[in-house]
Design a protein around this ligand. Structure first.
Ligand code: FAD
Length: 348
């Protein structure tokens, strides 16, 4: 078992989405020794782009806005680094069977050439172990140890564990905590109840090419009172190449109600809706993705959660109003909270 031999506090961050990457990056800058574990092959989580040889499509977050001064500063830095650009779609609204143009003044940003760019930039400067799904956590007098589905026990002690994953996955993981936590069991219960109070919604996503559709009045649109809630033409975003693909998001309520449906059945229903919206869906080439935990979270938001006695932190969009901006802010706020409690963090 590898002990922490230098005098830096060691932190394991579970999840390399934008919240985990922001938290890990900030902790590293503050002098912590940080190791990130990520179950996928790459960083960025729900801020994602599906890429094939002939097309690519943003199938998670579509764009992000920046309202908080700290996040605006970060987005400006990303723009200077060529990781992010503004997206100015011709935006439509479909309501009660008719179309209108939206004149929303929001500034919308996207990663370039794909949504993953900012998170991957942060992750490159961190130690990240990919394809490692953390499935159990144990606390002993020496600190936290973790186990993963792929590699079994990971032979390293950590002073602090940060869970930067959706709330239902936090809840499941905290059920698998074992060891000398008894003294602070009520704090562990509190961390669990923070996660269980959060309600996350699903999202069925369809990525589709319509070979008979040469043009459409809008680049993207908010759709109301239909199974579909959002459509966007990927080629209207900066630096996207390949076949012209649309990303189509079903509404959260419709997705929850049809969560266990087969992909073919979902695709049939969503294509029918696209036809109602004015698309020629004949011969459409479609790929479906089901996001089990897409949006939503705690109301009111609490930004992040930290149990100093247990050395256990929670961050993610679900603690900070959902969305990319909230996720980044949650990670940053947790890093600073952990730093403020540095003297309480037990060094093992
Ligand atoms: C369909 C959809 C549309 C969206 N649209 C928008 C939008 O237009 N604008 C906007 O601002 N936001 C949007 N969002 C929300 C936005 O994507 C999220 O708020 C943000 O990406 C969340 O980041 P996060 O780091 O909190 O979580 P995530 O991105 O979910 O990151 C969690 C990471 O943890 C990893 N992980 C999970 N469990 C484990 C484990 N046990 N071990 C190791 N790793 C693990 C996951 O693989 C993932 O990489 C959308 C999301 C979806 C799904």
């Amino acid at each position: 078992m590898q002990a922490n031999l230098n005098n830096k506090k060691s932190v394991a961050v579970i999840g390399a989405g934008i919240s985990g990457a922001a938290c890990a990056f900030q902790l590293q800058s503050l002098g912590f020794e940080v190791q990130v574990y990520e179950k996928s092959r790459g960083a960025s989580g729900r801020l994602s782009t599906r890429r094939t040889d002939t097309w690519s499509a943003d199938h998670g977050a579509q764009y992000f806005t920046a309202r908080d001064p700290l996040f605006m500063e970060e987005v400006n830095r990303w723009i200077e680094l060529g990781l992010v650009a503004q997206w100015q779609p011709k935006l439509g609204v479909y309501k009660e069977g008719s179309w209108s143009e939206s004149f929303s003044k929001d500034h919308r940003f996207v990663g370039i050439p794909e949504m993953t760019a900012p998170t991957k930039y942060l992750a490159k400067q961190l130690s990240v172990q990919y394809e490692t799904t953390i499935c159990a956590m144990e606390k002993s007098n020496h600190g936290w140890t973790l186990s993963s589905l792929e590699h079994g026990p990971l032979f390293k002690y950590f002073d602090v564990v940060v869970l930067a994953i959706p709330s239902p996955q936090v809840e499941a993981l905290l059920k698998n905590v074992t060891g000398a936590i008894t003294g602070n069991a009520s704090e562990l219960e509190e961390s669990s109840s923070v996660a269980s109070a959060s309600k996350m919604k699903s999202c069925w996503t369809m990525m589709a090419h319509f070979p008979h559709q040469s043009s459409f009045a809008f680049d993207a649109a908010f759709i109301n009172q239909e199974p579909i809630a959002w459509i966007a033409r990927n080629s209207s975003k900066p630096q996207r190449t390949g076949l012209d693909y649309w990303t189509i998001h079903a509404s959260p309520d419709w997705s929850d109600a049809h969560l266990e449906l087969e992909k073919e059945a979902v695709s049939e229903k969503l294509l029918k809706c696209m036809e109602k919206l004015g698309f020629i869906a004949t011969d459409a080439q479609v790929t479906l993705h089901r996001w089990r935990y897409a949006s939503g979270g705690l109301e009111p938001m609490i930004e992040c959660h930290y149990s100093a006695n247990n050395g256990l932190g929670l961050c993610g969009d679900w603690l900070h109003g959902g969305r990319v901006e909230g996720a980044w802010l949650s990670g940053m706020k947790l890093a600073h909270q952990l730093n403020d409690h540095r003297s309480i963090v037990k060094e093992h």
